[in-house]
Write a protein that binds this ligand. Sequence first.
Ligand SMILES: [Zn+2]
Length: 328
Amino acid sequence: MKHWTIGVDVGGTEIKFGLFNEVLKEKWSIPTNVSDNGVHILSEIADAIAEKCRVMDISVSSLVGIGMGLPGPVLDGNIVKECVNLGWSEVAAAGELSGLLAERMGCSPAEIPVKAANDANVAALGEMWRGGGRSCTSLVMVTLGTGIGGGIVINGKILNGAFGCAGEIGHIICVEDEDITEKCSCGNRGCLEQIGSATGIVKYTKLWLSRSDMPSVLRQILQEKGSISAKDVFDAGKAGDEAAEQIIDRVTGYLGRALAGICAVVNPECVLIGGGVSAAGEYLREKVARNFKEQAFSGIKNTPVRLAVLGNEAGITGAAYMMISERK
Ligand SMILES: [Zn+2]
């Protein structure tokens, strides 16, 4: 009977694996080998999976398949046109991994199905299956990390989009010119990522402080450490620092605005906030939710805004569920 599924979350520095039998039985990771333009990555993934199956005595016939999250747009559950973090240009990632596993496990590629999708999209699916969106079949998740990622799930399935770019919430242009000083990494100006990501929050905080003479603990931190983090800003806000509160109000205003726009189009059952910045917890959630409600039109105002809960297990969980749900 087929009951084992493996979820793989491929990042620029680490590849995470999760072995699922409805629940997460075991997780492990290997470093990402980005040498030679990432040409070894898929064979090292295949080695790691084949070895785990051998040790756990998991036969090919008991494997549902492998789901894989990749840090770039993915077409047809398989093809990546470009993955900058991995050094890849066009790679048929799922097909190649299936072939590599078949070689190692002595079967045909058809017996080891592999499906790939964008990492932020599979994270959203993971949160729907086992996380903050557990009661929902449609949701929008925004991941606030170094950049901003996002994923959209509709009727229990990832919305990949025609070019694999659905859910790229970070590049919605919504930031006023006065709040930024440079262009986004994508080449445009005013993307949500420029103010709402951890990097963006730090840049905006420095800009805000340079234009104001309001006393703030953030000035001391900058002076003492020579740098500041998004966490410093949220900690200061939580402690009642007025400058930090004004900065966070502005940042969460933009997050609320972008999410209100997305929800007007998608109308999901809930919105989830994940990623490293979401460690700011209820303090952040409440502000985003309030700003969302203020800027959302009446029909979607009551969409719940919640925190994601799976942390860095969201990727492996969603990747596995992508395969499990195919069979249902
Ligand atoms: Zn951008």
